[in-house]
Design a binder for this molecule. Structure first.
Ligand SMILES: [Cu+2]
Length: 112
């Protein structure tokens, strides 16, 4: 599991987030990023470092464990893409088989 996976976080534009692999068979892939921001596609069994340059809400998941709702939320500055981020969270949650309240619980902590 990633050190920071499944933990909501608030960052500032330009901050770097490092996903550290501490357990095999995971990755980190962005699902929703603010307009103008670059998404990321972490390889399986590798950590990834991403720089979050744009303000907004970033939603990410672990591809092989999306069914477990293994996903997270990072808020960078203002939540300028709140609605589209919420839509991404709702979509991931609807597709998940278990832990239905996990990601929505993180998203509830996003400050508007
Ligand atoms: Cu995983």
């Amino acid at each position: 599991m990633y050190e920071k996976a499944l933990i909501d976080s608030k960052a500032e534009p330009g901050d770097t987030v490092k996903f550290v692999l501490v357990d095999p068979a995971h990755n980190s892939v962005s699902v929703e990023v603010p307009e103008g921001a670059e998404g990321w596609q972490g390889a399986m069994n590798e950590g990834i470092t991403v720089t979050l340059n744009e303000e907004g809400v970033y939603v990410y998941k672990c591809t092989p464990h999306a069914a477990l709702n293994m996903a997270g939320v990072i808020q960078v500055g203002e939540a300028v893409n709140y609605d589209s981020a919420k839509a991404a969270v709702d979509k991931l949650t609807a597709a998940a088989a278990t832990n239905k309240d996990r990601l929505t619980g993180y998203f509830e902590q996003v400050q508007q």
